[in-house]
Design a protein around this ligand. Sequence first.
Ligand code: SF4
Length: 249
Amino acid sequence: MLLLMIERGLPIDLVLTADTGMEFPEMYRHWDRVEQYLFQKCGLKLTILRHPKGFEWLMFDEPKTKLSSLENRAMLGVPPYGNGWPGVKVRWCTGQLKTHLLRKEVNRLKGEYHALHYVGIAADEPDRIRQDQYPLVEWGITEQQALQICYAHGFDWSGLYELYGRCSCWCCPFQRIGELRTLRRHHPQLWAHLREMDSRALSQFGHTPLGQFKKDWTVEALERRFAYEEQNGIRIPPERKKKRNWRNR
Ligand code: SF4
């Protein structure tokens, strides 16, 4: 969206994104490249919003104060701090690390200036449309076409989108098993970090929803499964990439 906005001469005063702190290293390099491009074309820098304490503090350390939450935790036998793994019912991460930060900043800017908020939602994601400006929707550009436009301009995320169907947090429990297999193979250091996080989650929250990485799977059990496949030469064909469902990430 940004590339086309620049090419079509739309006014740009600020470019906002949110960093969960758990982005792939390739994504950080991509942001550096975008920033260079943006500076060259518009004299602007990227504004990257971050939660002051970050993902792991929220997951393991955030103190809980609400009575209902304290009672619930006492019942489950888990400590009164830390949110545990994000789950389908409590996806605390998206709100705390992305949407609240962006919404707060956008509302501040809208209050201070007569600002328009352009959002890079594609034409084939109509269920994500709210009340902002959606140039890609207006121009009828799909997610796939947007990706091709980025590639044509030399922005390729160092191949990240060739490996994964989604490129948000590498530790996301909503990833498919195939993506986790790819993480282990292509990003072994991140995989090692994920194993540590899950082991910490299990010792802090036990086998409760807060300590559950994925239904029926701990990261350690996945490690054993993937290692077994590898040792026995079991080739799992790469999953056909499904359409990314950004709403669930
Ligand atoms: S990518 Fe996953 S872990 Fe990261 S904020 Fe989104 S839902 Fe949460």
